[in-house]
Design a binder for this molecule. Structure first.
Ligand code: TRP
Length: 338
């Protein structure tokens, strides 16, 4: 069983669904974790377009546009196609083959017990999520990582249950067919969750409380100006609460000037600073952070074929690995016709 690549680096695999433009929550959570791993691991990052279909099957018209945009955002935020393999799940059909074989041995109740299954059905009442595809979401995710012998899977804490299902499924598969697949370990991001602009505990597209990576400097300023802060503080001379205040959580996440942040916090607690100053400094820090990303994004999108070529080339590389794994898996299952 191979757990390391020819270069001796352990492999890391992670994916993201193409559901719209990336926002600061993705930057702090997933990408903030993915980018630094590129130097230490053999990283495979993919567009999970089939996973997007599990809930968005009724309207697929934006799927490929979202996929290209997301990959442009990845590269703009620091994923380097020279270091990492960036690819598209559906361009490597072996993901489906491994998922099918896993589905032979994984009991349906294991999937019904994954907490996100019922949660999402509750949360997305407007969608019919009683499909096999939606039930199988975490098992497809298992195939995604097992196909590449991934040792580590960088994810946010919302994905821990999926990784647990992946580990159990791999173990059960190996019990039947021998030691053929690698059990993946989650690599949790430090900063898993960024609150929304409205103070909701999560920044998310469906809640409309996001700042996109591609947002203009002016829109960033506008959105920051309307951010939720301490609601008890109706005047600048009333002492405010810093803890759990989204404006300060963003300062901590994005403002590299620690002295400035500490000074603002001190004066905020003492009722000696207005929201306008706190927010102006936050908008400046965010724009300083986003400016190089905007530039890189524009550069990547200047040639309309660049992202497509990167994804096709990455998918070709990924597929070569996937084909080898599937040969090994078919041998183990004893369905080889030579
Ligand atoms: N479920 C993940 C999410 O919503 C996306 C995903 C699909 C993924 N396949 C994966 C993440 C494999 C890590 C590994 O964020």
């Amino acid at each position: 069983m191979t757990t390391a690549t020819p270069a001796g680096k352990a492999r890391v695999v992670s994916g993201m669904r193409p559901t719209g433009p990336l926002h600061l929550g993705h930057l702090v959570g997933a990408l903030g974790n993915w980018v630094p791993l590129q130097d230490t691991y053999d990283c495979y990052y993919f567009v999970a377009d089939w996973h997007a279909l599990t809930s968005d099957y009724a309207n697929t018209s934006n799927l490929t546009a979202f996929a290209y945009e997301m990959a442009a955002d990845w590269i703009a935020a620091g994923l380097d196609p020279e270091k990492s393999t960036l690819f598209v799940q559906s361009l490597v059909p072996e993901h489906a083959e491994l998922y099918l074989l896993l589905s032979m041995v994984v009991p349906v109740p294991w999937l019904e017990r994954v907490p996100t299954y019922k949660e999402q059905q509750e949360n997305l009442k407007d969608k019919d999520l009683s499909s096999i595809g939606f039930l199988g979401y975490p098992l497809l995710q298992t195939a995604d990582v097992a196909l590449y012998d991934a040792r580590f899977v960088p994810v946010g804490d919302d994905q821990v249950a999926h990784l647990e299902l992946a580990r159990e499924s791999v173990r059960r598969f190996n019990n039947f067919f021998g030691d053929v697949l690698v059990e993946p370990q989650p690599l949790l991001s430090k900063f898993s969750r960024l609150p929304g602009l409205d103070g909701d505990k999560k920044m998310s597209k469906s809640l409309g409380n996001t700042i996109h990576l591609s947002e203009s400097a002016e829109d960033v300023r506008k959105k920051v100006r309307s951010m939720y802060t301490d609601p008890k503080r109706v005047r600048a001379d009333i002492p405010g609460t810093v803890e759990g205040n989204p404006v300060f959580i963003y300062h901590d996440a994005f403002n590299p000037n620690v002295d400035e942040v500490n000074d603002l916090k001190e004066r905020y607690r003492a009722g000696k600073v207005g929201d306008v100053e706190v927010k102006t400094k936050l908008a400046n820090a965010l724009n300083a952070h986003l400016e190089p990303i905007r530039e890189k994004r524009a550069q990547v999108l200047a040639n309309p074929n660049t992202v497509r070529d990167i994804l096709h080339e990455g998918s070709r590389r990924a597929r070569a690995v996937a084909i080898e794994t599937m040969e090994r898996v078919r041998d183990a299952v004893k369905i080889t016709y030579r």
